[in-house]
Design a protein around this ligand. Structure first.
Ligand code: HEC
Length: 152
């Protein structure tokens, strides 16, 4: 055995340690959501069922808004992988705090329309992974008309 191979065998040990520690930390992070409710991808009970004026509006609502403003969130697989999943759960909880059609008795329909009109909602961070939520002008019109007819 030459001097160089002995050296490279020795120096691979700290490298393995580092990889091991990274894997262990990553595994531990996966447990956090079980103890921190804020990071839990959850769906509390639906206590109010919305009856939409049209199936088209309901479909668009589900496409663009329901994941963050109802208790019928569809969580993609990466919602269960920390730390990315923490961001997903955090946005969903914050969105529900502002507006939740599954529980809120009074829905601020005019604010919903305004958010769509001004292009503030859906939250931009949502769009790269949910291109179907990027509504066309026609789809926005249908959704806004549906919101008016359903919640006013
Ligand atoms: C990725 C999550 C997400 C999506 C999708 C989403 N929202 Fe929101 N929404 C939030 C969050 C977070 C807040 C609270 C913080 C803020 O106002 O930015 C919020 C706030 C709101 C508010 C309250 C604003 C206020 O000032 O009180 C309205 C109304 C609203 N959203 C409507 C919508 C509508 C309509 C859609 C679909 C076109 C939609 N949102 C899609 C996350 C989302």
């Amino acid at each position: 055995m030459t001097q160089t191979t002995i050296l490279s065998q020795r120096s691979s040990k700290p490298f393995l340690w580092i990889v091991g520690i990274i894997i262990a930390v990553f595994a531990l992070l996966q447990l956090v959501r079980f103890v921190v409710p804020e990071f839990q991808p959850d769906n509390p009970p639906v206590t109010q069922q919305v009856v939409w004026n049209s199936p088209e509006a309901e479909q668009l609502w589900e496409q663009a808004c329901a994941d963050c403003h109802s208790n019928e969130t569809i969580y993609p697989w990466y919602s269960y992988v920390a730390p990315f999943g923490w961001l997903v759960a955090h946005d969903v909880h914050e969105g529900r705090d502002a507006l939740n059609v599954s529980t809120d008795r009074r829905i601020e329909w005019d604010e919903m329309v305004e958010m769509i009109e001004e292009g503030e909602m859906p939250l931009p961070v949502y769009l790269p992974l949910h291109p179907e939520a990027n509504l066309t002008a026609t789809q926005q019109e249908t959704l806004m008309a549906g919101i008016r007819a359903t919640f006013r």
